[in-house]
Design a protein around this ligand. Sequence first.
Ligand code: GTP
Ligand code: MG
Length: 339
Amino acid sequence: RMGRSQVECRPDIDTFTPGLLALYESLKPSEVHKSKQKQLVDSLAKSVSKEWPNAQLHLYGSCANSFGTSHSDVDVCLEMEIGTASTVEVLLRLADILRADNFDNVEAITSARVPIVKMSDSGSGFSCDICINNLFAVANTKLLKDYAQIDQRLLQLAFLVKHWAKLRGVNETYRGTLSSYAYVLMCINFLQLREPKILPCLQAMEQTYTMNVDGTECAYFDEVHQLQYFGAENKEGIAELLWAFFHYWAFHHDYRRDVISVRTGSTISKQEKNWTTRVGSDRHLMCIEDPFETGHDLGRVVDRQTIRILREEFERAAAVLQYNDDPCVALFEPYDYEN
Ligand code: GTP
Ligand code: MG
């Protein structure tokens, strides 16, 4: 492994940039898609306000953080006073209301870390997750959106990585691989670590935005229009960055020692976080620190078997981009579970 970490990317890598950019453009959601999404959110807001007139509806996740594709679901957070009721009680009530208002496939999932109501709209084909008072998700949605405005290579990289992960079957937390959110954090941290840097560390800068969530201060520099030229000194194109991203996760990242941390713009040690041994079901084999809920490891779902699968996929992707004649096809070849 050490030998291969010295490898430089192929000299003709830039010839693949136009193809990758065309794919990126095709993944972006259409205007039609966005307006259908808005219709769903509006009708949801109507149903909710009948029962809870003071509830505020926030969009979070990829429909609001600018990392959404035309396959992404709609994530909604309701902010409301629930008095002595529990979140679960409110969610069950919400599920009843939505069923009565003819939403489809309404289901309350109350055992998850973040309990939600799931529903779909058979007309538009959208699915929607609704949570209550999970304002950390609203805060990290804004953080991701702000990072996306600094350098367009973040969106390009993250869309391609998410697309790759979906097709290769490694974007399934219930199977022990990583969430979309985890992949976006990996992309941000990777661009923070480039030389010259492509992204700054917003949480290490002057705090122009703060939001207090359950006693935790979520604060960072959000005047990102001032940072438009931040990454200009770095001339790397998307093909080279995509290769370097996979190469980093295949050969450079120190899985035994390190935690990637967007909060610090760097990597920190597992030791420092006390993530050296298994705690409950959190194995801490591949560690990705949540930028605001710093005790939360987005890699906690990864186990001995899935870390091997992930690393093999990173190696495969790096090799395809390095040696294949038509890498844009081979890279996104759907993984075949049958064989
Ligand atoms: P796609 O729906 O796949 O396009 O991406 P997404 O960014 O919406 O991801 P997902 O639906 O998996 O997660 C929605 C949001 O939940 C994230 O963007 C975060 O704001 C928030 N979130 C906070 N903690 C977690 C976590 O542990 N896992 C996931 N998946 N999401 C989290
Ligand atoms: Mg989503």
